[in-house]
Design a protein around this ligand. Structure first.
Ligand code: SF4
Ligand code: SF4
Length: 94
């Protein structure tokens, strides 16, 4: 763990006050994942179930009708792969 990470708590506002509303969107929650979802477009039926179950709300429909994950926010939890009715999502090493 880097020295920066260890000392970061000292820079928190007292009471963990949110000084800039909406700034959670700047936090790269996908930074700590070890696995990422990969969709097999041959199997995907474009049902959107994966986007409904994703706890990060980071899956959205693209212009082709598929549902890729935004890896900036994806935590690699695997829920989308677990809930996909066609087993179209595989979790692979990031
Ligand atoms: S749940 Fe599976 S089949 Fe449905 S859109 Fe997502 S990847 Fe495709
Ligand atoms: S692995 Fe988890 S966080 Fe990432 S897209 Fe799937 S459900 Fe969302």
């Amino acid at each position: 763990m880097s020295e920066l990470a260890i000392c970061a708590w000292q820079k928190l506002e007292l009471g963990t006050v949110i000084t800039q509303p909406g700034n959670a969107a700047q936090l790269r929650t996908g930074d700590w994942k070890t696995l990422r979802p990969e969709t097999d477009t041959e199997k995907c039926i474009k049902c959107g179930m994966c986007s409904i179950y994703c706890p990060e709300f980071c899956i959205s429909e693209n212009e082709e009708g598929y549902y890729p994950a935004d890896l900036f926010y994806c935590k690699g939890c695997g829920i989308c792969a677990n809930e996909c009715p066609k087993q179209a999502i595989s979790m692979v090493m990031d």
